[in-house]
Design a protein around this ligand. Sequence first.
Ligand code: F6P
Length: 343
Amino acid sequence: MRVGVLTGGGDCPGLNAVIRAVVRRGVQGYDFEFVGFRDGWRGPLEGTTSELGVAEVRGILPRGGTILGSSRTNPFQEEGGVERIKANLAQLGVDALVAIGGEDTLGVATRLHDLGVNVVGVPKTIDNDLSATDFTFGFDTAVNIAMEAIDRLHTTAESHHRVLVVEVMGRHAGWIALHAGIAGGANVVLIPEQPFDIDKVCEYVENRFKKQYAPIVVVSEGAVPVEGGGMSLLTGQKDAFGHVRLGGIGDRLAGEIEQRTGKEARAVVLGHVQRGGTPTAFDRWLATRFGLHAIAAVADGDFGKMMALRGTRIERVPLIDGTGELKLVDPGEYAEAAVFFGN
Ligand code: F6P
């Protein structure tokens, strides 16, 4: 069998670990041949490929990014996109695809499977917002990077008696803010799922100063104040999946805090640093296991499935279960973090 592999959407640590496991197991266990598709769905759409064999995946386990490249190409937005993909797969003799991606990339995989393309999905995203799986790989690395930044910001905030606002990624789901905020001992955590009251945030800030400590406020890029203004956008321009570029809530909030409390406040935007570099041990473990199970699903002809972590087991679930609806932060879990707000 000839299997195509692609990585789509925002990159994240662990993509190469999946590719390595898929190829190593596929070649050794099933005698498969592989085709690497370049830059997400653009690869099958334009027929752009790269060599993908055991030699190409040697040494890539700890490497961040993706050796295949990525993009946010949406074939359903392209004239004759589906037909072009089918024609390219046929011409290259590709029998099945392993698509590694988040809601958008796997959303395309879901629709293509319904249209007769043999595809198996592997869930990735630093945002951890795919349903049906306990975790996506990349998330743990992003949380650790954000936690380390928060640890460092505590000491500089204390020295200057300042408020430090840390803006982390998370468009619709506040998982990174919540986990990094708890792990880093943040004094306020603001997430997209729960609009926040700026006056209440200022109360927490003042309370923390009263205890002779400097406050750290962690805010997801998609968080919104109840008093209005909506999400903070870097640009209103939409990508092929209809997403705008978020950013700016950290600065906006630091400005409001400074104005309302009279305390000096600074914002730090962690941005793409959260997606770069080497994956944690957990992400390498998860990505590797996802890869092994994905290629086993291909060998079984069990298409239209996504790999999912359930407890410590990897299970196969219908792609639509992962992509149909985003996995948002549970209010009960958020309430646990709130115990520490302002303290
Ligand atoms: O989807 C993952 C993610 O990192 C989001 O958290 C963030 O909003 C977005 O990608 C940023 O995308 P880009 O790299 O295209 O700016």
